[in-house]
Write a protein that binds this ligand. Sequence first.
Ligand code: G6P
Length: 369
Amino acid sequence: EEAELGGFPHYMLKEIHEQPGRVADELRRVLRSEEGTVEFDSLAPHLDELASMRRFILVACGTSWHAALAGEYLIENLAGLPVEVECASEMRYRQRPFEEGTLVIAISQSGETADTLAATRLARQQKVRTLALVNVVGSTLAREADWTLYMRAGPEIGVASTKAFTMQLLQLTLLALWLGRRRGTLSRSEGRRIARALKAIPSRMQRILAAESRIVRLAKKYYRFTDFLYMGRQYNFPIALEGALKLKEISYIHAEGYPSAEMKHGPIALISPEFPSVFVIPRDALYEKNLSNLEEIKARNGPIIAIATAGDREIRKKVDDVIYIPPTLDCLQPLLTVLPLQLFAYHVALLRGCDVDKPRNLAKSVTVE
Ligand code: G6P
């Protein structure tokens, strides 16, 4: 086991630190920077059919469901195609009519999650095409779906998913880029711009991980709180959900994720000096709007940790603590913003004496209903 941990105290930390390398390898393998597009070797025989799809249903559970939510923004914005996201446990019991030209994309690290398998089988019974986005090679989902795209995260041992989530995000970004280029919603120069920004992601991830000591200090300041609210907008709304999930999974602290503007419809009633918020607020299209949501929290004396873009000095005056991340395109933000949230959850859990790799009551994959 020690050898496998490669000097890290836990698998979760090791897997967090593997992310830049995994992303870099995959980009080297599939990104065609000159053309501003992607080469999907495993889907090669099906590319024409894939390009003809008119709508997508992304179905998953847990962390994979959060990746699906990010995929919705990516495919809609880059490829201009409608996307719906379904919780597998709900979809499997719905009487859902499937329109022609629909592709169901089932997302699962293990490829064995019972609900995701059942939802995929339901789609297949209705003669709908299915694509498995999975990590474990040869898993049931990979075998049963019509087409398979591997995440290439490598084995993930920590129960709380980290690098698989990032690779799900990456694959969905690449798929959206490919669709956008193929359908012409993205020009060659727009594709190249995204490809260039993608290539810069691994070194930017490294920079975030290199500032881990800052996150350790924040964890020491905040680990005794019993409730947290995580907020973000657009691409970072799913990241808020994922940040909250990481914290509750491994530290057993109550945490909720919300779209920033939605907090005024409920969660704001909870805000007090005892109830901190984590705002994912990079410089993006909705920065100003997000900022006004943040100010409403501050006006109720809620402590705030902001995940903000390096160089944003203004934000420092409005919040209690800031974790800076390097700039990137809006659509690539999730690949960076999730990292500090993973590290924050990890260090809070350590300080609380929790077993981060094997949290109570949770399983790596839920193979029964
Ligand atoms: C379990 C794991 C989560 C995971 C979820 C879905 O709850 O603890 O980390 O996100 O299952 O798993 P899957 O293998 O389908 O991605």
